[in-house]
Write a protein that binds this ligand. Structure first.
Ligand SMILES: [Zn+2]
Length: 113
């Protein structure tokens, strides 16, 4: 599952930051997921629980914030909010869209102690 791999990578990143900054633990991790990334926030939360189980981060909360995807039309240059189910330019009706925002995952906050 796509989300499981992402959670695994996320945990490694968090672990790296904790070691680097000599922290003791993490209360919560906040991530932003773009609607164009195809990642399902609910699956992320479930997979997170699975990867932190039996790890030093068991109990760390994952907060997922969904951000709207933005794309540019390759034909007329219009920029607009889109979602994966409706990838059509509202201005000219073409489907040659280039994702410019909301097609990835970003860590926005780590609450550590
Ligand atoms: Zn267009």
């Amino acid at each position: 599952m796509h989300e499981l791999g992402l959670c695994d990578a996320l945990l490694k990143k968090v672990d790296g930051l904790v070691r680097e900054n000599e922290l003791e633990g993490v209360n919560s991790v906040t991530i932003e997921i773009g609607t164009l990334s195809g990642v399902i926030p609910r699956f992320m939360e479930d997979c997170w629980e699975a990867v932190i189980d039996d790890s030093p981060y068991s109990g760390t909360k994952l907060i997922v914030v969904s951000v709207p995807g933005k794309a540019r039309c390759a034909d007329c240059g219009a920029e607009f909010i889109v979602d994966l189910e409706d990838m059509v330019c509202p201005d000219c009706g073409e489907k040659h869209l280039i994702p410019i925002e909301g097609n990835g995952m970003t860590i926005t906050e780590i609450e550590a102690y």
